[in-house]
Design a protein around this ligand. Structure first.
Ligand SMILES: Nc1nc2c(ncn2[C@@H]2O[C@H](COP(=O)(O)OP(=O)(O)OP(=O)(O)O)[C@@H](O)[C@H]2O)c(=O)[nH]1
Ligand SMILES: [Mg+2]
Length: 373
């Protein structure tokens, strides 16, 4: 008989209550003022990780990605993931510390913490089932090893969605279409991305495809000014597809490497707005049948499991090829990355960890998990 069946399945309510308690506990836990000190082992892992992830953006060999990440990436991400770290890594650490044995009760408590940190049902079930199996087979006996094993399993969930982004140089301009609900962080992420690409020596042009809100064009232009990047725009109420078509023509004429197209925030259940996305794609394809080369859905991490629902709905009515998850700073719901990875199997390109221009970071599964503990 397995550990699960021996101890029975708890009712959803009791799990939810436990999850709330765990949440409260993590909120109440005192501020983690610890400085980020990289152990020798981690530093080593960072340097080897980054030689591997240098090709993260899939830049061709002759134009390598800047190496400006490294330990500063880790320090910034770890610092800004404070709330999720409290909810997940620190809570698990406290729970496991000093335990003499791994029993069903401990596994149940781990399960509660994972659920309350928005890891989601599927990823949590998979983690607990895998731990249970290892305990039953006596592969895992020592509670001291439990945390390390759990971290490895968390990395395993995220690893498949950490995929190289091939910005194929023969696709010129490479067209990135950015979509998502209102306020998810689309325009801000575009501004940050423009700088990232420029730092890698690429030329960038922005298309102000959000013609819906009066301030949207100005917001994108401000990012363009900051990066000295041209923004192609028309007035409010203009046809979004036509703005983007103009931008592509302009980019072609100027021999630009990457066009990033902003779009209006839309709810997946607003039929006409979702149709507009299809129109944008169709018009782009008149220009280049292979465009858009990437359609990136921006998700707001503070929504927790609702971000997952949103992504599932978007996937139904638009061709989404990747995700970026913003606002991981200031939320305890960063565990949603595991839920997204487990359920959607879409590459996660970037994570937003703040409002600064350098706060959009390449997604790295191993370092992300490391930053949560
Ligand atoms: N803290 C934090 N704030 C962020 C992050 N990304 C975006 N924001 C903020 O989220 C707010 C909304 O960002 P926008 O980029 O305007 O969102 P949008 O998706 O373009 O919104 P609409 O144009 O209304 O659809 C802004 O105040 C951003 O500064 C992040 O990673 N961390
Ligand atoms: Mg916007």
């Amino acid at each position: 008989m397995g550990l699960f069946s021996r101890f029975g399945i708890k009712s959803k309510e009791s799990k939810a209550n436990k999850a709330n308690d765990a949440n409260k506990e993590s909120k109440e836990s005192k501020e983690d003022t610890e400085q980020v000190e990289l152990s020798g082992a981690l530093e080593e892992s960072l340097s080897s990780e980054f030689s591997e992830t240098d090709e993260f953006l899939g830049v061709s060999q002759e134009r390598p990605v800047s190496r400006s990440n490294g330990p500063s990436w880790f320090a910034r991400v770890r610092e800004n993931l404070f709330k999720t770290r409290q909810a997940l890594g620190a809570s698990l650490g406290r729970l496991i510390l000093g335990k003499k044995q791994i029993d069903a009760e401990l596994l149940e408590e781990i399960e509660t913490i994972l659920l309350s940190a928005d890891v989601g049902l599927e990823a949590t079930n998979a983690l607990i089932a895998s731990l249970t199996q290892e305990v039953e087979r006596k592969i895992l006996k020592d509670p001291e090893k439990l945390l390390e094993i759990l971290k490895e399993k968390l990395v395993e969930i995220l690893k498949p969605v950490e995929q190289s982004w091939v910005l194929e140089t023969q696709k010129k301009p490479f067209v990135l279409l950015v979509v998502g609900v209102n306020g998810a962080g689309k325009t801000t992420s575009i501004g940050k991305l423009a700088k990232k690409f420029q730092n890698e020596g690429r030329t960038v042009l922005l298309a102000a495809g959000d013609t819906f809100r009066a301030a949207a064009v100005e917001q994108l232009k401000a990012w363009g000014d900051k990066n000295q990047v041209e923004v192609v725009a028309q007035g409010t109420g203009a046809d979004s597809a036509s703005v983007i078509f103009d931008a592509l023509s302009r980019a072609k004429a100027r021999n630009i490497d990457v066009v990033i197209a902003d779009t209006a925030g839309r709810l997946h259940n607003k039929q006409n707005l979702m149709m507009e996305l299809n129109k944008i794609t169709r018009v782009m394809q008149k220009f280049d049948p292979t465009a858009p080369h990437e359609t990136m859905l921006i998700l707001d991490a503070t929504l927790g499991q609702n971000a997952l629902v949103q992504a599932e709905e978007f996937k139904k009515s638009a061709h989404i090829s990747s995700l970026s998850v913003t606002k991981l700073d200031g939320t305890a719901k960063g565990g949603v990355l595991f839920a997204l990875a487990k359920k959607l199997n879409l590459p996660v390109r970037f994570i937003g960890v703040g409002e600064g221009i350098d706060d959009l970071k390449n997604f790295d599964a191993k370092l992300f998990v490391e930053a949560l503990f």
